[in-house]
Design a protein around this ligand. Structure first.
Ligand code: UD1
Length: 421
């Protein structure tokens, strides 16, 4: 198990360039299955989850190679329609291969995906939508056996919740389905737009991504071609480095970050007293010289609301804010596992169900802590930057799922952060 050692109480200042978005790269890598030639994916971050996706692609018969910051995927010779249990369990996003494989091969067998650390993560919306498109899916011994004997047919799919994963799976399956598919109450996250833009570059016909109504006009299977595409910047990594600067009274410029995608979070930083604005091609933040203040309530919601992925990170930032902030986690049942670790570092937080009450403290102190999940681990890094003394964070492998060397990024901003192998 690798650990991170962070010596806190250093003001973080400077500029860093943001990595490509994990939550965009993963569905785009699944989408490569639909194309018949080479895709060159630029700004594709070297994360363990991205590596897990390339292992799935290789197991299906694709050729994957890294070329600097690009990943090149050749899907011309796909010969497998089965994803092993071991590969499926590595990450939640593996389920997005379902729609892509049905679109490409008309069949596939895979097991239920992993990534249950945030509480139950059902896939009923994915399965029911794909069945509406004509897939026959049998659930047996933990496996999903999927076929579409009559091919996929476009239809109206009305989602009862704007699920990001279900929207992506439907988009992928619908690209080569016969006729028109309409997704109503679709997820509107920026990563959905990135996937739609990628698919459009490959020859798909998609309208309305970023709104609640996405319309996909099926094209001939076989007509989707390769392309060169640049993955969007990672908005949650951007929030992480903005938070680390805010809690240390710092001043940073996050090059490549997009302010529009982060409006809900930027509003919270502003309420906390920071100056934040879009400047050129990035986001600038200057923390308040009077210290942070509490912000009332932060409630996680589907986009354009406050993102659940930013909850733990911004909570860590506000542990030192004057006053009380209430966090309500409306997306996942069990997403406060970072709280106990933050309390070890001196934070004053109580939870009940989906509500956490954060009463600001004057100082955080170093401790030995454990990353409970990806964003919870990032939250501990943020707190460690402001804590007095040296914090050791274990279980760093979970943080590596989403960050391209978080310690190097923090060190670039002046933190004393090292990895202990
Ligand atoms: C979610 C987040 C996404 C984030 C990702 C990783 C939202 C809306 N989605 O995406 O921003 O990047 O986690 O942390 O914030 N659900 C069902 N049945 C389903 C699918 C989902 O009941 O078939 C429920 C889930 O239990 C959960 C909610 O819908 O309560 C969020 O689901 P969804 O958007 O599908 O999750 P992810 O795609 O994992």
């Amino acid at each position: 198990m690798q650990r991170l050692k962070i010596e806190g109480s250093k003001r973080l200042c400077g500029e860093i360039e943001i990595q490509g978005a994990k939550n965009s790269a993963l569905p785009i890598l699944s989408a490569c299955v639909l194309t018949r030639d080479e895709v060159s994916l630029k700004r594709c971050p070297p994360l363990s989850d991205v590596y897990a996706a390339t292992r799935i692609l290789s197991a299906l018969g694709c050729k994957c190679k890294r070329n600097g910051d690009s990943l090149v995927i050749d899907s011309s010779s796909i010969d497998g329609a089965e994803i092993s249990d071991e590969l499926m369990r590595r990450m939640r996003s593996s389920i997005i291969f379902l729609g892509a494989l049905l679109g490409r091969l008309g069949e596939c067998t895979l097991s239920f995906p992993g990534g249950c650390e945030l509480g139950p993560r059902p896939i009923d919306l994915h399965l029911s939508a794909l069945r509406q498109l004509g897939a026959q899916i049998e659930e047996e011994h933990g496996s999903l056996i999927c076929r579409c004997p009559k091919g996929l047919r476009g239809t109206l799919v009305n989602l009862s919740f704007p699920s990001v994963g279900a929207t992506e799976n439907i988009m992928l399956a619908a690209c080569t389905a016969k006729g028109e598919t309409i997704i109503s109450n679709a997820a509107r996250e920026p990563e959905i737009c990135d996937l739609a833009n990628f698919l459009t570059e490959c020859g798909a016909r998609i309208k309305g991504a970023g709104t609640q109504r996405i319309v996909i006009e099926g094209v001939n299977a076989g007509s989707l071609h390769g392309c060169e595409y640049t993955v969007m910047p990672d908005r949650i990594a951007a929030v992480t480095y903005l938070s680390a600067a805010a809690i240390t009274d710092g001043e940073v410029f996050i090059k490549g970050a997009n302010g529009t995608d982060l409006e809900a979070v930027i509003n919270v930083f502003r309420q906390a007293g920071c100056s934040v604005y879009e400047y050129g091609e990035g986001i600038y933040l200057n923390s308040s010289d009077k210290g942070l203040k509490s912000v009332g309530m932060v409630r996680t919601q589907p986009y354009p609301g406050f993102p659940t992925d930013a909850q733990a990170i911004v909570m860590a930032c506000l542990t030192k804010a004057r006053g009380t902030t209430i966090f309500v986690e409306d997306i996942f049942e069990n997403r406060f596992r970072h709280v106990d670790e933050l309390v070890r570092m001196g934070a004053n937080i109580t939870t009940e169900g989906r509500v956490a009450v954060v009463s600001g403290v004057r100082r955080l102190s170093s401790a030995a802590v454990f990353a409970p999940d990806l964003r919870g681990g990032a939250a501990l890094c943020v707190a460690a930057c402001a804590a007095q003394g040296e914090t050791v964070i274990s279980n760093v492998e979970l943080i590596d799922r989403g960050y391209d060397s978080i310690e190097n990024a923090l060190a670039k901003l002046g933190a004393k952060a090292n990895r202990i192998k």
